[in-house]
Each structure stands twice: as C-alpha cells, then as structure tokens.
Design a protein around this ligand. Structure first.
Ligand code: C2E
Ligand code: CA
Ligand code: CA
Ligand code: CA
Length: 278
C-alpha cells in the first residue's frame, strides 16, 4: 500500500497497522504544519482566588490539520519531541504567545501574564535561554510577565546545568511553574535547590476532589507544603463549583479550569474580560 503525504510518497508494508500509518503521516504532515500556518494557540484564563481576577493565560497549542481536522497536542507533541520538531514548534510558541500578550497590554489589558508550556526536550536544548531572550526581545515583553511551565521530568535531572538554566531565567525575572505537580517520578528534593515560584497541581487530583477523599488530603498537603516553601499554588482542571470552593477554602492562590473558562481565541478572551468587568 502507499499513501500520499503532501508532495512525498510514503510506502507502507501491509503488516503496518493503522496506528503506525497514522503516526508516520502525522509526522510528515507536522513538518509542513508550521510553514503552512496550521498551528495556532488558544489561551485559558488563570484567575486569582477570591477576586477571580485574571492573572495569567496558559497558551495551549492546536493543530488544524487540512484533512483530519483538529489534532490534539497530546497526539502530536510526542511526535514533535521524537522527531526534534519540538524545537521549531517551541520557538514559534514562545514568540507567538509573548507577542499576543504584548498586544493585549497595548490594548489596555495591562498586568496580564502569559504561561507557556515548555517540553523537557526544548528546555534541555543548549540554546534555550537564548530562545527565551529572543522571544522577549522580538515581542518587547517584560520578563516579569512570562511564566514557563516545566514538568517534573525536567527536575529528574537536577544537574548543575538544569540549575544554571533555571537561575539564568529567574534572574532576568521569568517565573517558573512546575506543571502536573505530583504525577512525576522525581523526588521532592529539587524543591530545595531549584528556583521555582509556582506549583501547579495536576488535574487528576482535582477531578474527584471532595472532602473525605484521598485527593483532598493530597491537595491540602501540597498546598501546605507549597506555602511553607514560600511558593504559590495553582489548581488546574476545576470543573465544578464544589471543587472551586474547596480550593479557595484551602487558600489555593490561582485557579484554572472549564468551570472558570475554557481555552479561548484571543478575541474571545477580550470579550470574556469585558463580560467579567461589567
Ligand atoms: P497541560 O499543560 O497539563 O494543560 C492542561 C490541559 O487540560 C489542556 O489540554 C487544557 O485544555 C485542559 N483543561 C483545562 N481545563 C480543563 C478542565 O477543567 N477539564 C479538563 N478535562 N481539561 C481541562 P490540551 O490543550 O489538550 O493540552 C494537553 C497537553 O498538551 C498540555 O497539558 C501540555 O502538556 C501539552 N501542550 C499544550 N500546548 C503546548 C505547547 O504549546 N507546548 C508544549 N510543549 N506542550 C503543550
Ligand atoms: Ca501546562
Ligand atoms: Ca498541567
Ligand atoms: Ca498535563
């Protein structure tokens, strides 16, 4: 069997299953996606407890595939990481998201920050600091408005190099969040050695959050530990008013989830803010 992927012909043996074929096709299509403007970003609000004021927006990538429709990031980010395409995609995300928040600032939405997901592969690239600085220079964004969301995979390797890169970034004013906190396999000792500002509790702990559940004890402990270390804590994936109330009761600093707002296009975000303030 053979299938066409853009201008190239890819040959498949009959033993290859549909999943493998799909993956190879996605891989070859992804190479063109950036150039063809098929990638775009949505922005999900993260608000402050109590006031529910917008603090930052998380940039979430989407791929509008010409034939398959929208491909979710969990399907193509791993492919991008394996093929090395994550480096050009990551650079594009940094530039685009920084530029977007500067546009918002210019339109009067001052004080909003941007939170950007950084793949461990991207972080480990020797040019990563330069890439961040380039995105800041290109957009004109002040580093204080940039949050980078790193996963615990990055912390697994709390080598001198990791510490250096994180310090270099925090020294210029960039904030660091630990994404999906509590789901990695790393020890907690990195919390003592690394410059971190925010712990982002993984959605899996929030999903079934209710008093008298194990999740309640876990989330409460993360909150106590985070605050004890002088860090701020974000909860992601809040879908119900009960979850929101429990988290505010625990003094969770920042709140994110469909119950507050789903990921939005830039124009929708402005509308959402107007709605909030009226
Ligand atoms: P993440 O960083 O943990 O992002 C949170 C995911 O949960 C997002 O899925 C978001 O749309 C979704 N979400 C937000 N609120 C709720 C909620 O209340 N309920 C539920 N069920 N889901 C909620 P999304 O956009 O599909 O992204 C999935 C993952 O893909 C992200 O997980 C992140 O690891 C990765 N990703 C997304 N954008 C980028 C990017 O620009 N660069 C990199 N390297 N990874 C990205
Ligand atoms: Ca994230
Ligand atoms: Ca997360
Ligand atoms: Ca996640």
């Amino acid at each position: 069997a053979k299938l066409q992927g853009g201008n190239e012909w890819i040959f498949f043996s009959d033993e290859m299953n549909d999943e493998t074929i799909k993956r190879l096709e996605l891989e070859s299509d992804l190479r063109r996606a950036l150039k063809n403007n098929e990638l775009y970003l949505l922005y999900q609000p993260i608000v402050e407890k109590g006031t529910r004021k917008l603090i930052t927006c998380e940039a979430l990538i989407r791929w509008q595939h010409p034939q398959r429709g929208i491909v979710p990031p969990l399907e193509f980010i791993p492919i991008a990481e394996e093929t090395g395409l994550i480096h050009s995609i990551g650079k594009w995300v940094l530039k685009t998201a920084c530029k977007q928040v500067v546009d918002w600032h210019n339109e009067g939405l001052t004080d909003v920050s941007i939170s950007i997901n950084v793949s461990a592969f991207q972080f480990q690239n020797r040019w990563f600091i330069e890439e961040v600085k380039n995105a800041l220079a290109y957009s004109g964004l002040h580093p204080n408005y940039l949050h980078l969301e790193l996963t615990e995979t990055v912390m697994l390797n709390d080598s001198q190099k990791t510490i250096e890169v994180m310090k270099a970034l925090t020294n210029i004013g960039v904030k660091i969040s630990i994404d999906d906190f509590g789901t990695g396999y790393s020890s907690l000792s990195y919390l003592k050695n690394l410059p971190i500002h925010i712990l982002k509790i993984d959605r899996s702990f929030i999903q079934n959050l209710d008093v008298n559940t194990p999740d309640f004890a876990i989330v409460k402990s993360i909150m106590t530990m985070g605050h004890g270390l002088g860090l701020q804590v974000t909860a992601e994936g809040i879908e119900t008013t009960q979850q929101l109330e429990i988290l505010e009761g625990m003094n969770c600093d920042f709140l994110q989830g469909y119950f507050i707002e789903k990921p939005l296009f830039p124009d929708q975000l402005k509308e959402w803010l107007n709605h909030q303030h009226s």
